[in-house]
Unconditional design. Sequence first.
Length: 355
Amino acid sequence: MARILLKDLVKQFGRVTAVSGVNLEIHDGEFLIMVGPSGCGKTTTLNMISGLETPTSGEVVIGDQVVNEIEPGERGLGMVFQDLALFPHMTVFENIAFGLRVKSVADEEVRRRVLQAANAMHIAPLLDKRPAQCSGGEAQRVALARTIITNPAVFLMDEPLSSLDAKLRLDMRTELKHLHERLKATFVYVTHDQAEAMTMADRIVVMRGGFIQQVGGPLDIYRRPANQFVAGFFGTPTMNFLQGKVETDGGRLRFRAKSIDFLLPAGAGPGSGREITLGVRAEHVLVGKGAQPGRVTLTEPLGDETLVFFDYGGDAPLVAKVSPELHLSSGEAVTFGLDEAGYHLFDGATGERLN
Ligand SMILES: Nc1ncnc2c1ncn2[C@@H]1O[C@H](COP(=O)(O)OP(=O)(O)O)[C@@H](O)[C@H]1O
Ligand SMILES: [Mg+2]
């Protein structure tokens, strides 16, 4: 059983609180991704699971056992780090074999299992090379094979793809997801890259400043971010935010911001007089539908769709996703509306979700 429980987990480094009371259950066999900006406590949390860091307070439970006092090597975990930590003087074969060599596994079995792990990661032709003779992507696969061979119930991975170039990173995402489906092990994966989290995770844990902000499936988090921070962190381009105030208007609620105002859906949440931030993603800004005037400042063709930035008289331009068939150029006048199904309402002061 590879369920992991984190109970009131705290880690302080002197006066810095890196992790501030994290409570989390990681299910057996899931692909869980912890994501958040640099310095938010991801690595420290992962290191407390692995045993590389000792919690200041709280518990780490693996299976049914509190492991706080258990050595990293005794926890049944496999680790893959950003810097890979391959042994430069050993061949790829011996790097992969390392975890079995230290357990004095017989040569014949080592050979069989190295080949199996190397085949799984498509690096069998590299076995006689040294790490320095491998490309970045190949070295990454060697590091994964070296972990796979020890057959851990839990894989802990800390930004394992961050040293790869963009194309390779995309390929490796798909491959890691396949690997997870095949091994059915628990994956706990740390990244600062929201797209990586969205594409691979069964569940995402969003962290900020040592605190968990939200836990949920990728689409739950995209569609119902718990606060403005999460809303802005996920999705490209970044969600549009408009600051304004809620007013009553003939029994309905109206949102009024600089140069723009519109009715809120019935039962929207915030009461009259409240300062709020309205968030709306680019796909919910409807260019050509609606009566609000705007002027295009920039277009970014992405191939299958185009991003259009336009001024409407507010504090910042809005960005919309439009069809590439809609040929718009800078300076052109447009009209737009907002799809109210895509409204995210946040408290103007705290950023907490209101609808
Ligand atoms: N060994 C350490 N000594 C002092 N401060 C540390 C140490 N490790 C991490 N920190 C601090 O703890 C916070 C969280 O760090 P970390 O867990 O590495 O963040 P992340 O992996 O999300 O980028 C940061 O403010 C970092 O500077
Ligand atoms: Mg880190």
